[in-house]
Design a binder for this molecule. Structure first.
Ligand SMILES: C[S@@+](CC[C@H](N)C(=O)[O-])C[C@H]1O[C@@H](n2cnc3c(N)ncnc32)[C@H](O)[C@@H]1O
Length: 230
């Protein structure tokens, strides 16, 4: 199986046109990755795929490990955090965060289908908003800002990370997770231009897919507090 980041994990429709469109996207994804760039996909495509249940596999056992690394990092680095989840999809991460304490959770995504499903999960301090993360201006400060498999859909991941970093609290962290392909090294290198990787975990599932989940702090963060030890 080719180790491309996203597409092999899910089943697309079988038409030749769809297959060709998918290969074109994979090729753009690869070239973009080599240049440290992400590859945007039209919002309508996401809507269609959420409607058809293409992304339901994110709720499967095969996907649990990479989400749980994020959950663990959130708990380790931030006590009772205010969380911003950028490109949150249908809210799988919130479901896994929910047993643990957090002050607030805001999930943002530009897919109305995904956000509608998120709304059905939202309770207490959790809410969802439909926005394009390229344009969204975070209304608050957050202790943790998460990009779970979303930053590689930004044409300039480094610029997006830089912009969102200004919405961090002074000790706040960013958590970025990407399913690995052969080209994403350049995206990580680009992110390191603006942020320091303070912790990193790789997980591989039974389909031999690997995710790198990394905790980053702004390069110019005034203080570097050690995470709590308990
Ligand atoms: C692979 S899914 C990951 C979903 C979720 N973060 C997770 O890990 O379960 C990528 C998500 O990014 C969202 N997305 C892509 N480009 C976006 C943009 N410019 N603004 C907001 N959301 C975007 C898509 O709608 C999709 O829900």
């Amino acid at each position: 199986m080719a180790n491309t980041a996203e597409p092999e994990r899910r089943s697309f429709g079988s038409s030749i046109l769809e297959a060709v469109a998918q290969r074109v996207h994979e090729t753009k994804f690869a070239i973009g990755g080599l240049l440290g760039r992400g590859t945007p996909r039209p919002r309508e495509l996401w809507e269609e795929q959420y409607r058809c249940g293409v992304w339901n596999y994110l709720d499967s056992a095969s996907e649990i490990a990479h989400y749980m690394v994020i959950v663990g990092y959130v708990q380790h680095f931030c006590a009772n955090p205010a969380i911003l989840d950028v490109g949150c999809g249908h809210g799988r991460l919130l479901q896994l965060l929910e047993p643990y304490p957090f002050k607030s959770y805001l999930g943002v995504d530009f897919s109305a289908e995904a956000i509608e499903r998120g709304h059905s999960l939202a309770s207490g301090g959790a809410r969802f908003e439909r926005v394009d993360f390229e344009e969204f201006i975070p209304p608050d400060r957050y202790d943790v800002i998460i990009f779970s498999e979303s930053i590689y859909y930004a044409p300039r991941p480094e610029e997006v990370l830089r912009r969102y970093m200004s919405a961090l609290t002074p000790d706040g962290v960013m958590i970025v997770s990407m399913c690995q392909n052969r080209w994403q090294g350049s995206i990580w290198t680009a992110l390191e231009n603006v942020a320091e990787i303070v912790h990193s975990t790789a997980v591989t599932n039974e389909l031999d897919l690997t995710w790198h989940v990394r905790v980053l702090r702004p390069n110019d963060a005034p203080t570097r507090r050690e995470p709590p030890t308990s």
